[in-house]
Design a protein around this ligand. Structure first.
Ligand code: 7GP
Length: 833
């Protein structure tokens, strides 16, 4: 068997056997390997080793087990000529790697025992890992769940993205206001990546194009770029769950092509000498922290083209065999476009086929259209990416030409399909109003276009891309999102996992529908008691985590009510704050008796985009309200607000298992899907939510009686906006709302300074773009239902167990099966161990 190097191209033939040594899967083997890594990898003895040395040695020891399978998987894939899913995504929000690697390679017991023999503890070492924060939120975390599922299902997949030097910013609070710091996640070394500078790819930018005649007399085009950078691949292993399969995540890092300028250096201008390097390396320096609202920045387009050009080149010239017939490309690859960020891959593939490989335009276009599919992740119109023609032409002149030709041909097709309708081709154009509309390009080029939950896919067809769905109804489809049960149940909630496995066996980890078998246990009082015990333990763990992480005191009794997601007005954290303020105001004004207030811990986790002023105001408000409420003795400790800074995957894994109540309160029609909603329900939290995104499907599955629905429906939102929405009238109609807003406006949470949140309150009363005030009364009434339900612990637990039992559908394994059936038509390959 030939052993492929992880970058695709085989290095040199192995001298004997498989060409690699499999590590020993027992305690003695583990201890030996760990000590070798410590002594000869880190160069330290056990007694003199730092925590970081020990963590790195452990990570490397564990990774040997995956590497061995990885090499086998790559060799096999080359032999099988299997169709590969190339998942193109500007973000992969992976979370910590160590625990997942241990789980996937079935080393849990071996590691615990081996470390124990050395007097070390796994929990101390795992805390040393800094998670790769290479994503903003839902879209990036979804990509990570999807590649986990594909590996577990043995489907060949390469995730392609960017190795940002700095991931999502670190959030801290200063007097309650968000502060951002850089995230130097690579500073202490990264044992999970494998750089392959020998497979670097040159990426061109700028310049002009010229036409020339080839030897057959045909007119061809070539691009004469004026600068370039190198893309260096860093490979990461993506292990399947105990199936011997390891896929690859290939992240690109930008490097200057020519190193430094010796002339300048010799002349004494050191800064000038390294200018090229700084300039090039800026491309992969930092993740843009905007979630859902991109800014049309030049560097961002550079990033997009950079990783896409590297990825297309890598697959075509390095992964595929050198004699591969590119006419058959659609049999071997599907490039999945994770939103519009990688859509520049479409003209790039056309350029490669036409300019570099000599294909005719029509032939190339037929191939290209079969090689792409597009997933849209948003409904906010401001989130649909557009690039100015000026910028596109300056940075990527050849791509602009290609896009213009695609656009012209497409417009002609539309004109022919809808004769006499002149507005239609203009509305559907890819190039219009001096911009290139990336969503249109993706829709025209994609073999399929999908939304991420049923309602979202329907609104995508009816509201965002209606003309396209009229032209090509069969192109549009839905795949409701999912989450990986490995990370978000098996690893994050070991207590619940053990209880489930005891009840129904371990098969649910890779077949989440089997959670259905838990349904009868919802009626078993002894099981319910154990389920409550699991929640108690998880709350205690969370309390300890918050204490040691941030010095936050969190009570462990009462409802743990969690709202974790990016801070965005459409998600309506303000509605949550108004609920808290209203309860507080009720008690201090005497309207509510304190003993009638159900004890609750309100936990928030949210980062605001650094340039999003209103989101930062809302963070300030949550913290101000929290400080006041937590300190007021009149509340008798019944209401506590906790807002640990820097919500990330690692913290999510602690918060989600402890939750009783999941807040999913976006304005109907705005949250494409949500995935936190799935994670929380799967961990036994009940949802209070609007009829939006995947909430709708969660409610349908768990049953109305196990879900707290409230708020306007999407068509009602439209209706209200059409007839003219007056938020102040809603405030006037509900005295609790008037009082809550007055209290905020009075400066009660800001030491008497009424000016701090006056803008925020004004905005709610006079604009309230996302109708928080319109839904307030219904939300308060739903929260009363929550309190009433919680007063009956047996009934509550029954509902919680049923939430777990009925949410198997939300496994990302199921989502991947649907992509495979509806969109990709790829096949699992059998891995021989
Ligand atoms: C998010 C959506 O807001 C969320 O509803 C969905 O669950 C998630 O994608 C995964 O599909 N969108 C983003 O994170 C995002 O950046 C920009 O969208 C287009």
């Amino acid at each position: 068997t030939q052993v492929g190097s992880p970058s695709g191209a085989p290095a040199e033939p192995p001298r004997r056997g498989l060409g690699h040594v499999a590590p020993r899967h027992d305690v003695e083997g583990f201890v030996g390997s760990f000590m070798r890594e410590l002594n000869y990898g880190q160069g330290v003895s056990l007694t003199r080793s730092s925590l970081n040395d020990r963590y790195l040695a452990l990570a490397r020891t564990v990774r040997h087990h995956l590497q061995s399978r990885w090499m086998a998987a790559l060799a096999q894939q080359a032999d099988d000529q299997a169709k590969t899913v190339c998942y193109l995504s500007a973000e992969f929000l992976l979370g910590r790697q160590l625990d997942n690697a241990i789980l996937a390679s079935d080393l849990d017991d071996v590691v615990e025992e081996g470390l124990g023999q050395l007097g070390l503890s796994l929990s101390t070492l795992r805390a040393q890992e800094i998670e790769p924060g290479l994503g903003n939120g839902g879209l990036g975390r979804l990509a990570a769940c999807f590649i986990d599922s594909l590996a577990t299902m043995s489907v060949p997949c390469v995730g392609y993205g960017i190795r940002y030097e700095y991931g999502i910013f670190r959030q801290s609070f200063e007097d309650g206001w968000q502060r951002e710091d850089t995230d130097p996640w690579l500073a202490l070394g990264n044992p999970w990546e494998f750089p392959h500078p020998e497979h670097a790819v040159t990426v061109n930018f700028g310049g002009t194009t010229e036409h020339y005649e080839d030897e057959d007399g045909a007119t061809r085009t070539r691009w004469l770029p004026d600068w370039d950078v190198q893309g260096v691949p860093y490979n990461y292993m993506v292990p399947g769950f105990r199936n011997g399969r390891v896929n690859t995540l290939r992240l690109w890092s930008a490097k200057a092509t020519r190193g430094f300028n010796l002339n300048s250096f010799n002349a004494g201008d050191y800064v000038d000498a390294v200018r090229a390097e700084t300039f090039a390396e800026k491309i992969s320096m930092v993740l843009y922290p905007e979630d859902s609202t991109p800014q049309g920045k030049e560097l961002r387009l550079q990033q997009q083209y950079f990783f896409v050009a590297c990825s297309v080149h890598n697959f075509i010239n390095q992964v595929l065999p050198s004699d591969f017939d590119l006419h058959k490309l659609p049999d071997r690859v599907i490039f999945q476009l994770n939103d519009t960020h990688p859509v520049i891959a479409v003209p790039e593939l056309m350029r490669v086929l036409v300019d570099e490989k000599g294909f005719d335009w029509d032939e190339a276009w037929t191939i290209t259209q079969q090689c792409f599919a597009y997933t849209c992740h948003t409904l906010l119109p401001e989130a649909l990416e557009e690039w100015s023609i000026e910028l596109m032409g300056r940075l990527l002149p050849r791509h602009l030409e290609i896009i213009r030709r695609i656009d012209e041909e497409f417009r002609a097709e539309v004109a022919a399909a809808f004769p006499g309708d002149e507005a239609m081709p203009r509305r559907m154009a890819i190039v219009g109003d001096h911009t290139v509309r990336m969503a249109h390009l993706a829709t025209v080029a994609g073999s399929k276009v999908n939304g991420v939950a049923e309602l979202h896919s329907q609104l995508l067809r009816d509201k965002v891309l209606p003309d396209f769905s009229a032209l090509w109804p069969e192109k549009f489809t839905n795949v409701t999102n999912g989450v990986t049960p490995r990370r978000f149940l098996r690893l994050a909630n070991r207590n619940l996992s053990s209880l489930i496995t005891e009840a129904i066996g371990p098969g649910w980890v890779t077949d989440l529908d089997r959670l259905r078998e838990l349904e009868p246990f919802a009626d078993d009082p002894a099981f319910r008691e154990r389920f409550r015990e699991v929640k108690r333990l998880n709350k205690a763990t969370l309390a300890r985590t918050l204490q040691s992480r941030n010095g936050i005191e969190m009570p462990t009794t009462g409802i743990v009510d969690i709202m974790v997601k990016r801070l965005h007005e459409y998600k309506r954290q303000t509605l949550k704050v108004l609920h808290i303020v209203s309860l507080y105001e009720g008690v201090v004004s005497g309207r509510l008796a304190v003993e009638d207030v159900t004890p609750r811990v309100f936990a928030f986790g949210a980062k605001a985009a650094p340039g999003y002023a209103m989101a930062k105001q809302i963070i300030g408000l949550i913290n101000a309200v929290g400080a006041t409420v937590n300190a007021d003795p009149r509340l008798d400790g019944r209401l506590t607000v906790v807002f640990p800074p820097n919500y990330d995957v690692t913290l999510a894994e602690k918060l989600i298992p402890a939750a009783d109540l999941s807040e999913q309160i976006s304005l109907a029609g705005k949250e494409a899907s949500g995935t936190g909603n799935m994670k929380l329900a799967l961990n036994g939290a009940l949802t209070i939510g609007t009829d939006d995104g995947a909430n709708i499907e969660i409610r349908r599955l768990v049953g109305d009686e196990n879900f707290f629905l409230f708020g306007l429906l999407e068509p009602q939102v439209e209706e209200l906006l059409a007839k003219g929405y007056d938020p102040a009238s809603y405030a006037a109609a509900d005295p609790r709302l008037t009082s809550a807003l007055d209290l905020i406006a009075s400066g009660a949470f800001t030491g008497g300074d009424a000016s701090v949140f006056s803008g925020l309150v004004d905005n709610l009363l006079h604009h309230d773009r996302f109708l928080a005030l319109a839904d307030f009364s219904a939300y308060m009434e739903a929260q009363d239902r929550v309190d009433a339900a919680y007063a009956d612990p047996e009934g509550w637990t029954r509902s919680a167990v049923l939430n777990v039992a009925r949410c198997g559908f939300f496994s990302s394994d199921r989502a991947m099966r649907e992509y495979i059936d509806k969109i990709w038509h790829a096949q699992p390959v059998v891995t021989s161990l």
